[in-house]
Design a protein around this ligand. Structure first.
Ligand code: SF4
Ligand code: SF4
Length: 339
């Protein structure tokens, strides 16, 4: 893996050069402490150190709502390019985002390849940025607190400079196209980088022991914690919408005037009652407790059994955005009998 160094004051120029690879998206502070992932014209708006945007990068791969096809008056069906998000650069991807991307790749590019996702994924450039955890981050417990693949470049802030790791031919192209910005990394950079990793690992405040968790969950399907959670959870779906790995979607048709129609694909959530309504009106998870338990089991039990890792990356978005204060770490600690 190649490493370079770049002086901190060159960051705005660096972000500007990324435009050659697509629209540059970065965390931007919209209200004090509230960040959105937005396309930026003004590079001074970029806040790559921001820990979590409300809606994660998944919107760059699959829009929350897009038209798949239309039908006109003459009865002809036409595929729509509304789901095409174009060439994009995600500047400010943290290790949890990068691992979430791997999880989405497993879901959308393994057995059944999703053509919308595939097209947008191939044109997405990932520029990582080293972060520092707060009291809602638990990526270290999920074993995803560092990233050594699935990005193009990764910038780690060090004193007065960045250490830049190259991990793809596209990342190499970015460096080679802007040689005036970079210098070869030196031993001191690596030493400072390793020290930073060490200090960062010690700074995590939130922890979750996931040892044997799938097995424990298997044994605790009837635990009272799920009923208690069912009473507290509004099934509003906020946690699913903000989760970088939640990927439920719905497809529905809309009549748009006489003889005209459109087929749309929209983000959905397994927490919504309608999500589990099937033909004939039967709902096999009509109880809130069942739906909320299903989400937790999907993340930490079913996904582990299928892919060998949880589909939670410990980003803390669901903790930050739940209107009733449900904390995923506390839920699993209850299940483990620790609380
Ligand atoms: S955000 Fe909170 S209340 Fe809303 S569905 Fe998720 S856990 Fe339930
Ligand atoms: S479940 Fe919560 S903490 Fe885990 S990846 Fe989703 S939003 Fe982040």
């Amino acid at each position: 893996m190649q490493t370079w160094r770049m002086d901190t004051h060159l960051l705005p120029e660096f972000i500007d050069t990324l435009r050659a690879w697509g629209t540059v998206w970065s965390p931007v502070e919209r209200r004090p402490g509230v960040f959105a992932l937005e396309a930026i014209d003004d590079v001074s708006m970029a806040r790559p150190e921001a820990l979590r945007t409300v809606i994660p990068f998944k919107k760059l791969l699959l829009k929350p709502r897009f038209v798949m096809m239309t039908r006109d008056r003459a009865g002809g069906a036409r595929e729509s390019d509304d789901g095409d998000t174009g060439h994009n650069v995600f500047f400010g991807a943290h290790p949890c985002d990068i691992h979430a991307l791997r999880i989405l790749d497993l879901l959308y590019l393994s057995d059944f390849v999703d053509p919308y996702y595939k097209r947008n994924r191939e044109r997405l450039t990932i520029i990582g940025y080293g972060c520092w955890p707060d009291d809602k981050c638990f990526c270290q417990s999920m074993n995803v607190s560092t990233a050594d693949r699935d990005f193009d470049l990764f910038l780690t802030p060090l004193d007065g400079r960045f250490m830049i790791t190259v991990n793809s031919s596209r990342g190499d192209d970015i460096v080679r196209s802007n040689t005036s910005l970079f210098q070869r990394g030196v031993h001191q950079d690596t030493r400072d980088y390793v020290k930073r990793l060490h200090d960062r690992a010690k700074s995590f405040k939130l922890e979750l022991d996931i040892t044997d968790l799938p097995y424990i969950l298997e044994l605790k399907k009837d635990d009272p914690v799920w009923d208690e959670l069912g009473k507290k959870c509004l099934c509003c779906g906020s946690c699913s919408m903000v989760c970088p790995t939640c990927s439920c979607f719905n497809v529905h048709d809309e009549i748009r005037g006489e003889g005209r129609a459109a087929r749309l694909r929209t983000w959905d959530a397994c927490l919504f009652k309608d999500y589990v309504t099937v033909a004939g009106g039967h709902n096999f998870r009509s109880d809130r407790a069942d739906r909320v338990r299903n989400r937790y089991y999907h993340k930490q039990e079913a996904f582990v059994r299928e892919f060998g890792m949880p589909s939670c990356v410990g980003c803390g978005r669901c903790i930050e955005n739940c209107p009733t204060g449900i904390n995923v770490v506390e839920v699993f600690r209850h299940v483990r009998g620790e609380l």
